[in-house]
Design a protein around this ligand. Sequence first.
Ligand SMILES: [Zn+2]
Length: 184
Amino acid sequence: MGATLVLNATYEPLCVVPLRRAVVLVLAEKAVVVEPGETVMHSERLAIAAPSVVRLSRYVRVPYRREVPLTRRAVLERDAHTCVYCANRADTIDHVRPRSRGGPHQWTNVVAACARCNHRKGDRLLGELGWHLPSAPVAPPPTVAVVMGWVTREPTWARYLATGKGGPLELNFGDGAADVAPAV
Ligand SMILES: [Zn+2]
C-alpha cells in the first residue's frame, strides 16, 4: 500500500518509493505519471491521482547494476516460498552445502526449505541423504532487486519489469526520450 514504481527515462525500473515521494516528484516535474493509481491523494488545495508508476523526466545514470541482496526474504521470494526438497511451503533458507562444511553464503548455495526438511538435512550434504535439487540455484537478475516482494502485490507493474513473465517489454519511447543514452 502506498508505493510507486519509479522508472528511469529509458523505462528501466529504478526503485520503489513511498507514494508521497512520487507525488512530490510529479509536482516538481521531475517525473511524469506512466500508470495512474486508483487512489486519490488530497492536500489542502488540490487532489492528485496517486501514481502507481512514474518515469523520471531526465535520465539518471546508474553507475553499476545492483546485485539483489541475499536475504532470507529474497531467497524465499526467488523460490516462490516453496521447499526445494519436498515442495511444501518454505519458511526457512537452507545452505545446500552447509556453512559448517565450507558452503558459501551465496545465491548459488542457498535455497528455500521448509523447517522440517531443513532440520532433517542438518549439517549433511545432499549426496549423503540421497536428496537432489530440482534445478541449480541462481542469482536473480538485477531488476528483481527493485521490486523484490512487490510483483505479487502490484500486478500492474509486471509489464515494466523484465522478470520473465510476459515476454519482452514493449517500450514506447516518446516525448523526447529517444535522445537519451540507453541504460547499461
Ligand atoms: Zn521440505
